[in-house]
Design a protein around this ligand. Structure first.
Ligand code: NAD
Length: 593
């Protein structure tokens, strides 16, 4: 007879029981849910740690329970002999999530795929992975925490090292998430302004910067708090401090020794600062800009890439006069020009100035502002700005980890080369995310993190995605995935282009945003999708459909034949596919055959 108690449920206490799944006399299997608890964050099932017959249920619905509260008396059945359920400390499973300790579920060497076309179970499979369960993950951004959590769920012993107080990395703390919170505020302001076009005018907004900053910090705080809880529940040992390798199997973390059998390096990247700029608190990088120290009257953004333009959107909406200076001949270099055009047109109307083919020659910190001299064929005259944001790219952190001691090689850009299995040149050390180079994207890092963790657990997986989406959360948003037209032209890839202009989308017209377009690049022979680009509101959401289509090997006809809800912007993807197939009726562009 064993009394089954509530296991470790993280920081939660006095959590209500919302459902009871068993009654006296029921036979239960191992892992079968006994009761469901509900915290303010999630519902969680408490699984039976062993098989047996329920003798008595000790709780009722709405009872409040904490770790250690007895819930069921179980009479030993198969597998329960001699076991002490109270000490097994089985983790509860969250609704919809996989059961923990799944390491045994997939025998090593079974062909699995994760963003992969099947790694084939060849000699590079997980079977040659060195033994040992101790995994250290360096860096707790989206790549690192995902790798750590997946590894823990697969039964490995995980230490996660983070040099900052808060886990979550750049993305959660000073990147994607706070910028999206501020971009949402910018969107509300811009939409209120745009509404004048259809007869609704608001008075000028009153912006409480302190409140906006607090709200942004609360958004970040909730996510970071959630991660702490998830780490605890998985028994991931989070160590704070700066990790440096001292040997291929050991790290020093601020004087503390951490030994490991396997390592996953997920130490990210850092902002590149222009060397000739003076040290001045008015010259900031994206982290400084996201702190929202106030709203400058004038802002110079150096770099017309994704970060520069996202922050320009925020500050312009909040009332700054924004000037953008970009070295190349196009905003967001690397993105197809037809996708950038609607964005460039909208911001040209709203910003003070955009200077392409121009760079900053010098900057002088003066009392009245930062005086900047420009260089380039069409360089403007010297000008003074209240604040300057430098957004000229990021650099991988491979140069600050004492990698030589581990034997892992990084190039002179600080980037670590890895294979499709995310392994470095040292077979038990993996690298994922920004530290492995472009594209530096959180969603790429998370998938790589899972591959690395699963390989260490013996799964035969590789990272070979057909499509990685890129999104600029500007207004309008710009999103693309797979092959770009620019790349296709450069490398001679044959493609057919199908473009659906949003002027013919009822939904886009009703939003007052008909400037968008949806473009598909189609393989002329197989008709499969090679790539896609979308510009317009919500482009970042819409691109996901094309990513799925590409991963599934769908062709243009498959997308066109998929019934999309009307009237939505999602239809524009189907309409572009119909353009490719010549079956479109919402425009006049039929194919002859
Ligand atoms: P970036 O490389 O995308 O853009 C930097 C821009 O600065 C380029 O357009 C470049 O030509 C320009 N530039 C470089 N030197 C210059 C100079 N001296 N004067 C003027 N312009 C100059 O870099 P980023 O925008 O800083 O972003 C860094 C990384 O972070 C990228 O990999 C990006 O994809 C990623 N990121 C992605 C997102 C997202 O997915 N929404 C958001 C932020 C960052």
């Amino acid at each position: 007879m064993a009394e089954i108690k509530v296991p470790d449920i993280g920081d939660f206490e006095e959590v209500p029981v919302i459902e009871i799944h068993v009654a006296a006399g029921d036979e239960v299997e191992v892992e079968q849910p006994l009761v469901t608890l509900e915290s303010d964050k999630a519902t969680m099932d408490v699984p039976s740690p062993e098989a047996g017959t329920v003798k008595e249920v000790l709780v009722s619905v709405n009872d409040k329970v904490s770790e250690g509260t007895p819930i069921v008396v179980l009479e030993g059945g198969e597998g329960s002999e001699g076991s002490d359920a109270e000490e097994k400390d089985e983790a509860p499973t969250e609704e919809g999530s996989e059961a923990s300790g799944a390491g045994s579920e997939t025998p090593a060497g079974d062909a699995e795929s994760r963003n992969s076309r099947d790694s084939g179970g060849n000699s590079t499979s997980g079977r040659d992975e060195p033994a040992g369960k101790r995994v250290v993950v360096v860096g707790s951004g989206p790549g690192g925490y995902t790798a750590a959590f997946r590894a823990a769920d697969l039964g490995l012993e995980v230490t996660l090292v983070e040099r900052h107080e808060r886990i979550g990395g750049v993305c959660l703390n000073v990147g994607c998430i706070p910028s999206k919170a501020l971009l949402h505020a910018a969107k509300v302001l811009a939409e209120a302004q745009d509404a004048a076009e259809f007869g609704i005018s608001f008075s000028d907004p009153e912006i409480d910067v302190d409140k906006l900053r607090t709200w942004k910090e609360e958004v970040v705080g909730k996510l970071v708090g959630g991660l702490d809880g998830l780490a605890k529940r998985r028994k991931v040992n989070v160590v704070r401090g700066e990790a440096k390798f001292t040997s291929p199997n050991e790290l020093d973390v601020d004087g503390e020794k951490v030994e490991f059998d396997h390592a996953i390096i997920a130490a990210g990247s850092r902002t590149v600062m222009l060397p000739d700029l003076p040290e001045d608190e008015r010259i900031v990088d994206s982290t400084g800009a996201l702190e929202l120290p106030g709203i400058p009257k004038s802002l110079l953004v150096i770099g017309g890439g994704i970060i520069g333009l996202e922050m320009a959107s925020v500050y312009e909406a909040l009332g700054s006069k924004v000037t953008v200076v970009e070295l190349t001949d196009q905003l967001i270099p690397g993105c197809d020009p037809d996708l950038v055009k609607p964005l460039a047109k909208r911001v040209a109307d709203r910003y003070e100035a955009i200077h392409l083919n121009t760079k900053v020659a010098s900057a002088d910190a003066q009392k009245g502002g930062i005086k900047v001299k420009f260089e380039g064929d069409d360089a403007p005259k010297d000008a003074t700005f209240d604040r300057v944001l430098v957004a000229v790219g990021r650099r991988a952190n491979g140069d600050i980890l004492d990698l030589e001691a581990s034997g892992v090689e990084a190039d002179d850009r600080g980037e670590i080369q890895v294979g499709p299995d995310r392994r470095t040149n040292v077979s038990h050390i993996y690298a994922i995310g920004d530290i492995t180079g472009a594209p530096m994207l959180a969603h790429k890092a998370t998938h790589e993190g899972k591959v690395a963790a699963e390989r260490i657990a013996g799964h035969d997986v590789v990272f070979e995605p057909r499509a990685i989406p890129s999104v600029a959360y500007t207004d309008p948003e710009v999103a693309w995935c797979g092959l770009t037209e620019t790349e296709a032209k450069e490398n001679g890839t044959k493609y057919e282009k199908a473009v659906f202009p949003w002027q013919a989308s009822g939904r886009a017209l009703s939003l007052g945003r008909a400037e968008g377009l949806t473009k598909l690049l189609v393989d002329p022979e197989s008709r499969q999708i090679l790539g896609a680009g979308i510009v317009g509101p919500s482009a970042g959401e819409l691109i996901a459909e094309v990513c799925l289509a590409m991963e599934m090997g769908a062709d243009a006809e498959d997308i066109g034949l998929t019934i999309h809800p009307h009237p939505t912007l999602s239809e524009t993807v189907a309409f572009a596919a119909e353009m490719a197939e010549g079956t479109i009726t919402d425009l006049y562009a039929p194919k002859k055959s």
